[in-house]
Ligand binder design. Structure first.
Ligand SMILES: Nc1ncnc2c1ncn2[C@@H]1O[C@H](COP(=O)(O)OP(=O)(O)OP(=O)(O)O)[C@@H](O)[C@H]1O
Ligand SMILES: [Mg+2]
Length: 122
């Protein structure tokens, strides 16, 4: 894995991202391993992979909105230099929806699986 030098143009730098879930039998499932990429301002990145390969989990991990037992176990997520992987709940609330967001599949008809139904109506 190559670590590119930081540039002022770099908006999002994701380094060595790893996401784990705890399975019902107590074992640890490593769903995402070693994801590293840099997005510069104005750039678009498409992530392609088979179903279950970890695309949605990677996106959810960026703002630590992982469902269930999911946790960002390793890595850094630098948004304009601020590490969201190490940010407090309060810091994350200030960033989510304001600086970084996620549009889910079928956004007009589906509920966000990370939120309770009640939260959608708030
Ligand atoms: N809520 C969860 N509990 C336990 N494991 C999960 C959970 N969500 C995802 N995973 C694990 O993470 C892996 C990656 O799932 P993810 O939904 O990120 O795949 P995907 O690439 O987005 O697939 P698709 O193309 O079907 O949307 C799954 O194979 C599963 O092992
Ligand atoms: Mg998906």
């Amino acid at each position: 894995m190559t670590h590119q030098p930081t540039s002022a143009q770099d908006l999002l730098q994701v380094r060595d991202l790893e996401v784990e879930f705890t399975a019902p039998d107590g074992s640890t499932l490593r769903a995402v391993r070693g994801v590293t990429f840099t997005l510069r301002r104005g750039e678009t990145l498409a992530v392609v992979g088979e179903s279950g390969s970890g695309k949605s989990t990677t996106a959810l991990a960026l703002t630590r909105m992982l469902p269930g037992t999911g946790r960002l176990s390793t890595g850094s997520v630098l948004l304009d230099g601020q590490d969201l992987a190490a940010a407090s709940a309060e810091e994350l609330r200030a960033v989510r929806g304001a600086r970084i967001g996620m549009i889910f599949q079928d956004p007009m008809t589906a509920l966000n699986p990370v939120l309770t139904v009640g939260r959608h109506l708030d």
